[in-house]
Design a protein around this ligand. Structure first.
Ligand code: CTP
Ligand code: CA
Length: 225
């Protein structure tokens, strides 16, 4: 528990946060997307703002953003739009937290007319979207602190550590799907934080706002370590 929270700990700092899903259009009425309410990213944005940071929030479709002082919102729809907004803004920030569930694939061709159903199977050609976190990891300068998330169903630790390394992040927050009440659509979450120095910190199931406070506390502790 926090007996004392310094509500000016991030004064003068700018934080980029991504939140929510992306929708990749197939035709005018259909898309490919991920399950994501954006609640975790929103909670992190609010937590930083309440501790004095200026927050640049890049929010995907359907994310219920409430206006707040110190939070500037850019609404995007696709992975490509989210890439532009995040990579474009990264140079000016001290901390970036990529909490969005970005679509990994997008249709090669977007039909301008509604695709009519036919007999038989239907297949769609997809190509990979660009990895925003990985690009930020490439562009990261001394003094910038980069945080990613990982969502895994198996080999959680191995995969989380691999993401930390490959994307040049300083911290990976592993979201557990294993505990009842954690994850999509829920107001609670259970995370484990992995740090570049090899530390691994497990947390119990908590409300998403309490998880956000834990994540922000850990960033505060590690950003100049
Ligand atoms: N991420 C991103 N851009 C993408 C895909 C993912 O910035 N095009 C970020 C997410 O916001 C998250 C981290 O990368 O912070 C890990 O996302 P995740 O989906 O768990 O991993 P991937 O690297 O996409 O690999 P996979 O889905 O195959 O596990
Ligand atoms: Ca992915």
């Amino acid at each position: 528990a926090n007996y004392f929270v310094d509500n000016n700990a991030f004064a003068g700092k700018t934080v980029l946060v991504s939140a929510g899903p992306t929708y990749e259009p197939i035709d005018p009425v259909r898309f490919i997307g991920n399950h994501s309410s954006g609640k975790m990213g929103l909670a992190i944005a609010s937590e930083f703002a309440s501790r004095g940071a200026m927050v640049e929030l890049v929010a995907g479709p359907g994310v219920k953003v409430e206006s707040a002082p110190n939070i500037r919102v850019t609404q995007v729809r696709t992975a490509a739009e989210m890439y532009e907004a995040c990579v474009g803004g990264f140079g000016n920030v001290d901390i970036a937290v990529m909490a969005a569930a970005v679509a990994d694939y997008t249709p090669v061709v977007i039909s301008d007319k509604k695709i009519k159903k036919k007999e038989g199977t239907f297949s769609l050609e997809l190509h990979k979207t660009r990895d925003i976190l990985k690009e930020l990891g490439k562009q990261k300068k001394n003094g910038q602190f980069l945080v990613g998330f990982a969502l895994e169903t198996n080999d959680e630790k191995t995969n989380a550590l691999e993401k930390l390394r490959v994307k040049n992040a300083d911290m990976i927050v592993l979201n557990s799907l294993n505990d009842a009440g954690a994850g999509f659509g829920h107001d609670t979450n259970q995370v484990t934080i992995f740090l570049k120095d090899g530390e691994e910190i497990p947390y119990p199931v908590k409300s998403k706002s309490a998880v956000a406070a834990d994540i922000v506390d850990m960033i505060l502790k590690k950003q100049h370590a």
